[in-house]
Design a protein. Structure first.
Length: 339
């Protein structure tokens, strides 16, 4: 059968590049559309890279005309919670206006199928976990609000223009390609597991543990860590579900398994075989004590269940592709990881 194209905005980024690899394995041709603001050319290895901005309608029109994709998986966004509080304009412009520009380009070519990267940050600080999709949407920062706004825009585009969408609310993406071809290469990096590696390797003097007096068994925050390959697979299942005429949906993507910051710290020490220098720091504003998914709906709707449950394995895959700050700077200019 002819291999069909899928446009992957943000395809040079962390989750997007893993999705591209999974798409190619599933016999699609992933077309990465990325402005390389935060992504890496070297992470695009399974299909063409179009260097363009989702805010640029002409660039999108050209890519859609050349590749005629059957669907769009939309990862491109800024996703730093703290930065979104300091500079909300940057987030509303890139995430919300950028998505509107993309949706309008899709309308111009009569392409109406989108899988969208949403986040559990749309729930804000829910009173209880596991979190079901019906929980109130109450984001507590501009980043989360941009994602919730986009979900509502998608609903309006579905009603008025016949768009089909799946908004996938990820919990904490982690780990990397078990083959070691791509990894989580963020600069700057604020996520717990790569920050822990930075402390283990001396890139930073110590990991700050944001609070140990939460109402949790060991006092540290609890999250739901889902492996990036499981996330990638969920996106392909969502594309296939929509193309078969599946109903529009908003789904949690998590394992449903609660893991504390201390449990991550111990996994990092086990995997690296080194002590993790750490220091207690004040609670990070806006951090809920406990956040984990009820994954039942994604199973019912997409038939999706996260396969990787072992946190040590998740951390191991991340460690295998960890790149320190200096090499990461080189990755931007393409001097390492030659094909
Ligand atoms: N990492 C997580 O734990 C997590 C959790 C929930 C949701 N998400 C969402 O998943 C998506 C991907 O996250 P990630 O961790 O892979 O981030 P990432 O920064 O690694 O990838 C985002 C990519 O989008 C590109 N991009 C940004 N703005 C663009 C624009 N205007 N035009 C074209 N390209 C643009 C960047 O260059 C980058 O390659 C984001 O939408 C994020 O909000 C991530
Ligand atoms: O240096 C650190 C970094 C994190 N943490 C703790 O580790 C846990 C995980 O923190 P991350 O920053 O790795 O991720 P978040 O839980 O803040 O994730 C949120 O922000 C992400 C955006 O990057 C996603 O949108 C995700 O859905 C949303 O819940 C939190 O309890 C945090 O307090 C530390 O103790 N020290």
């Amino acid at each position: 059968m002819e291999r069909r194209h899928v446009l992957v905005t943000g395809g040079a980024g962390y989750i997007g590049s893993h999705a591209c690899k999974a798409l190619a394995k599933a016999n699609y041709i992933p077309v990465a559309f990325d402005n390389l603001a935060l992504g890496h050319e070297k992470a695009v290895r399974w299909g063409p890279l179009v260097v363009g901005d989702i805010g640029d309608g002409d660039s999108l029109d050209r890519a859609l005309a050349v590749y005629r994709p059957i669907a769009v998986i939309h990862f491109a966004a800024f996703a730093y919670v703290g930065e979104s509080v300091r500079d909300p304009g940057k987030y509303y412009t890139n995430n919300v206006s950028g998505t509107l520009s993309l949706l309008e380009a899709m309308r111009r070519t009569d392409l109406r199928t989108m899988v969208f990267s949403s986040t559990c940050a749309t729930y804000g600080e829910p009173k209880t976990s596991p979190i079901r999709e019906a929980e109130p949407q109450a984001p507590v920062n501009p980043y989360g609000r941009t994602k919730w706004m986009i979900e509502q825009i998608l609903e309006d585009y579905a009603s008025a223009y016949g768009f089909q969408y799946a908004a996938l609310r990820y919990f904490n993406a982690c780990g990397s390609d078990p083959d070691g071809e791509i990894g989580e290469w963020h600069d700057p990096e604020f996520h717990l597991i790569p920050r822990a590696f930075m402390a283990v390797t001396g890139q930073i003097p110590h990991l700050e543990v944001f609070g140990d007096d939460y109402d949790t068994p060991d006092g540290t925050c609890i999250r739901d860590y889902i492996h990036v390959n499981d996330l990638a697979r969920a996106h392909i299942q969502a594309v296939q579900y929509l193309l078969k005429g599946g109903k529009n949906c908003r789904l949690n993507l998590g394992t449903g398994q609660p893991t504390s910051v201390m449990e991550i710290i111990r996994a990092v020490e086990r995997v690296t075989g080194r002590p993790l220098p750490r220091r207690l720091a004040p609670r990070r504003p806006g951090d809920p004590a406990v956040l984990f998914a009820d994954p039942a709906r994604a199973r019912e709707v997409l038939g999706f269940t996260a396969e990787i449950k072992d946190i040590t394995y998740m951390v191991q895959t991340a460690w295998n592709t960890y790149i320190d700050g200096q090499d990461l700077a080189q990755l931007h200019i393409g001097e390492v990881f030659q094909d």
